[in-house]
Design a protein around this ligand. Structure first.
Ligand code: ATP
Ligand code: MN
Length: 482
């Protein structure tokens, strides 16, 4: 009985070993007592369910109860019995109870009541101990695993592209500088500019905004690769969909053209959502109940027609709508909000679509995920393949309900002259991307890829509405605590 191996609560609920002696370790969620009995609910992080421990006043360890509060860490050995109550299938009759770590109820920030998400962000070091954040983090893990499984099963290779980049040509957003220079004693050139030759790498370096350019080198060698790593953007955009540090998945495939790129993106997203439905049902059910409760609090016109599970089921069972940017502009121009001047931003061929436009198309017009293609070349990156019309590029954005853009991708320009010209137009010198150009010089082929924002996916799968709540420790402007 002593030195027993610890069981995880998830396994106990699965195997239901009624009559066996087990040991569990975990954190107390709630304690309820009356004069006949005390119920201690324990969670060990393995699943959203708690194990109920039933302690009677004549138990030898009953005196420990005065130190058992929400947050206390305990180790309990005892017998699994069929539950007498209705809330759970099994419960634990303790034989030996030990306190591993006290939590002073006067000081412990989490109480056995509902806390606001805003408050929980301030105690992000403890919020994973709540049911909501436990469920989100387990789902995050499951999605990361499913991403690797999806690509591995299809013969893609996981390519580790650099986090520190020496090229500022990616053009995907403002970058964070990486330097070891002493700001109080900067080495200067004669013209008073900073001499980066003295810096660690002998040149200016930054944190990557995308692994794509290096990913293309991998695809043009290994055939099909994906990256999955941290990505940094120093944009000062305090929205519910942007982080300064986020995770991005970027597949890149040699010989794929735009059509196959869209097919891959749609298959990928559906696979991930189906994986969550098949493998994470108890966490999803918990989040679904939460979603329904939150939805009911909203004003009638802002309410979702579907609950979280229905939304996930809907996406996996319907084809995404595919249309060109040009057609989307036509739809927007004949829309009610456009005619009633309800859009904040202009709608005109050539403008970058704002999230209000993307969400109108997805949520009001098509009522399903949309893939927009063939954007004006002026609003897209220099590396996207130019179409014969001279105006558009073979770009594709996947737009999701409640989120807007979840994936951005394209077929890549494989005509070296067009690529050079376009790069120069946006201020990138040939010598900055000499290695990128080399791929078009030696053994060139069509190729395509895209980037999926991991946290945008997590927003959709969990039904949460703020991106700060789907990453353990968010990094946003003026905020890098924990
Ligand atoms: P947006 O227009 O929404 O700011 P973007 O067009 O700048 O995004 P891309 O450069 O196309 O983004 O990046 C690919 C994907 O990475 C996006 O589709 C999105 O899912 C995700 N992403 C981009 N920026 C962020 C960010 N700051 N925080 C979290 N995810 C992001
Ligand atoms: Mn994009």
């Amino acid at each position: 009985m002593f030195d027993m191996k610890r069981s995880r609560i998830k396994e106990l609920f699965l195997s239901q070993p009624i009559g066996t002696d087990v040991k569990i370790c975990g954190w107390v969620r709630t304690v309820r007592s009356n004069k006949n009995v005390s119920f201690i609910n324990i969670n060990d992080g393995s699943c959203v369910e708690n194990m109920q421990v039933v302690l009677s006043p004549d138990h030898a360890d009953y005196k420990l109860l005065c130190d058992i509060h929400t947050g206390t860490c305990v180790s309990i050995e005892g017998k699994i019995i069929e539950s007498q109550g209705s809330g759970q299938s099994i419960e634990l009759l303790p034989e030996k109870l030990m306190i591993l770590g006290k939590a002073d109820p006067q000081l412990y920030p989490l109480q056995p009541k509902e806390h606001s998400l805003e408050f929980l962000r301030e105690v992000a070091h403890l919020r994973m101990r709540t049911s909501t954040f436990g469920a989100i983090m387990r789902l995050r893990h499951a999605m990361a695993y499913a991403i690797h499984k999806f690509f591995n099963d299809r013969g893609f290779f996981y390519l580790h592209t650099p986090i520190i980049t020496g090229s500022d040509a990616e053009g995907a957003g403002a970058m964070f500088r990486v330097t070891t220079l002493d700001f109080n004693n900067l080495p200067l050139n004669e013209d008073k500019t900073v001499n980066f030759k003295e810096d660690f790498f002998g040149k200016e370096t930054h944190l990557t905004v995308s692994g794509q350019l290096e990913g293309e080198l991998g695809a043009m060698s290994l055939g099909q690769i994906y990256t999955f790593g941290p990505t940094f953007r120093a944009e000062n955009s305090n929205t519910t969909r942007h982080l300064a540090e986020f995770w991005m998945i970027e597949p890149e495939v040699a010989f794929n053209e735009l059509q196959e790129n869209m097919d891959l993106a749609e298959e990928f997203l559906k696979y991930l959502i189906q994986y969550a439905l098949d493998n994470c049902s108890s966490d999803l059910n918990f989040l679904n109940a939460r979603f329904i409760k939150e939805n009911e609090k909203k004003k009638q016109e802002e309410r979702d027609e579907m609950n979280l599970l229905q939304k996930l089921e809907f996406v996996v069972s319907h084809p995404f709508e595919r249309l060109t940017y040009t057609d989307a502009i036509e739809i927007l121009k004949s829309s009610a909000p456009y005619k009633k001047k309800k859009f904040q931003y202009p709608v005109e061929w050539g403008v970058d679509l704002q999230s209000e436009h993307e969400r109108y198309l997805v949520e009001k017009h098509f009522k399903k995920p949309v893939i927009l293609t063939d954007y004006p070349k002026a609003i897209k990156a220099f590396y996207m393949k130019q179409s014969d019309d001279g105006k558009t590029v073979k770009a594709m954005d996947v737009l999701f309900p409640g989120i807007g853009e979840i994936i951005g991708g394209s077929q890549r320009e494989d005509d070296i002259e067009k690529l050079k010209t376009r790069a120069r137009e946006v201020g990138i010198k040939d010598e900055d991307i000499w290695w990128y150009l080399d791929i078009r010089r030696f053994g060139n082929a069509p190729h395509s890829g895209f980037g999926l924002g991991f946290e945008r996916l997590m927003l959709f799968v969990t039904g949460m509405s703020n991106i700060r709540d789907v990453i353990p420790f968010p990094r946003t402007p003026k905020y890098a605590e924990f």
